[in-house]
Design a protein around this ligand. Structure first.
Ligand code: SF4
Length: 374
């Protein structure tokens, strides 16, 4: 398949690995920011093929995993209302809230629907003018533009019964928070290529300079990851710390101006809590004042919820790269994709799910486990 097969070529992979081995003289710790990259790494065993002194630390770039428990609980409350049709991508349905998930809300009569685009939810709102339709808008700079566009369309078309429950997050403030953490071991970043295809790379040079870390924009196929690592360790060995675009087939330095304009129109930057990590200043988006009428949090005023994280779940440490999933005591025992304690075991981009699905238990996953989300 064009643009996929040629980025999985075993011969080229071996050559890149040889170059990495020939370059590295000291131990280095690199963080891949995105959960999609984590899945490629674990699925193809890239971390095991690298020299022992190159460690990959899995970052917090799984959108489902970092959505705060408080927002999940708000979603559950809103979805349980009889006047609401609650629409979401499938990943969110099995994410555990404090006492249930969206599947359980649906099994108890809630009208919870899986959609493949926020525009599908808008269509449902048009078809059901006497009911409230809420779309669960989570994720990074990648999912934010279509969600912004949907709200823009709702206002333009005069569809008053549509609203967005927003929990969008931004990558650069998270990189800043990781580097400022006293326990930080990260010496370089593989930046998420799809995020940069939207936002460009202009936010990264200042971070690379301030923290003296190489930041290499990296794609998602095995050769993309290996090339990102090759360029990163080359910089580290040379004592350099620049921003390098190793994913030029998708990323232009300026990003996607139309998407950025839509974001600027509909959203405003806000402090945002990240599940398991805490609040990171200026790390999220919320609907701007002009679009406040379309904000589900205002429309339904769901406040005063008491959240409860399972004590055994250490996903916060996993998301900060302080713990590998299989080092959690619950991994593969009380916590599996069928019985998840944390979002990192549910999400198709979660690190715990990647470790479980691709190798750590020694037994192949069942068909249901291989597709843990609806
Ligand atoms: S294995 Fe399960 S319990 Fe442990 S950190 Fe991951 S999601 Fe949480």
């Amino acid at each position: 398949m064009k643009y996929l097969d040629e980025f999985q070529d075993p011969g080229l992979a071996r050559r890149l690995l040889d170059e990495i081995r020939a370059t590295v003289t000291r131990p280095w710790a690199l963080m891949e920011v995105c959960g999609g990259q984590t899945h490629t790494i674990i699925r193809h065993g890239i971390d095991q093929l690298l020299p022992d002194n190159v460690e990959l630390i899995h970052g917090p770039g799984c959108p489902v995993c970092v959505t705060p428990l408080e927002v999940i609980d708000k979603a559950l409350e809103i979805a349980a209302r009889p006047d609401v049709i609650f629409c979401s991508f499938g990943d969110m349905l099995r994410v555990p809230g404090s006492d249930r998930d969206l599947f359980q809300v649906r099994s108890r009569g809630g009208d919870v629907r899986v959609v493949y685009s926020p525009l599908d939810a808008l269509k449902i709102a048009q078809q059901n003018p006497h009911r409230q339709v809420v779309f669960f808008g989570i994720g990074f700079e990648t999912t934010a533009p279509p969600n912004a566009m949907t709200v823009h369309q709702a206002r333009k078309l005069g569809i008053p019964n549509f609203s967005l429950l927003v929990s969008h997050v931004r990558v650069p403030p998270a990189i800043e928070a990781i580097m400022q953490s006293p326990s930080c071991r990260v010496q370089a970043f593989l930046a998420a290529g799809h995020v940069c295809s939207v936002m460009g790379i202009r936010e990264y040079p200042e971070l690379a300079e301030r923290f003296r870390v190489p930041i290499v924009v990296t794609g998602f196929e095995p050769l993309d990851i290996l090339e990102g690592i090759r360029r990163t360790v080359r910089q580290l060995e040379r004592g350099e710390h620049t921003v390098d675009n190793a994913y030029p087939r998708a990323v232009r330095p300026e990003g996607n101006p139309a998407a950025q304009a839509m974001l600027a129109d509909v959203f405003e930057v806000t402090d945002r809590a990240w599940r398991g990590i805490g609040t990171i200043p200026a790390s999220g988006w919320r609907l701007s004042e002009r679009y406040r009428d379309y904000d589900a949090e205002y429309r339904f005023s769901v406040e005063g919820l008491t959240t409860r994280e399972p004590a055994a779940c250490r996903s916060g440490e996993v998301l900060q790269g302080l713990l590998k999933p299989h080092e959690c005591e619950a991994f593969g025992t009380t916590c599996t994709p069928r019985t998840p304690l944390g979002a990192t075991m549910v999400s198709s981009e979660g690190a715990c799910a990647a470790y479980y699905l691709y190798r750590r238990l020694g037994t192949p996953p069942t068909p249901q486990e291989a597709s843990p989300v609806a």
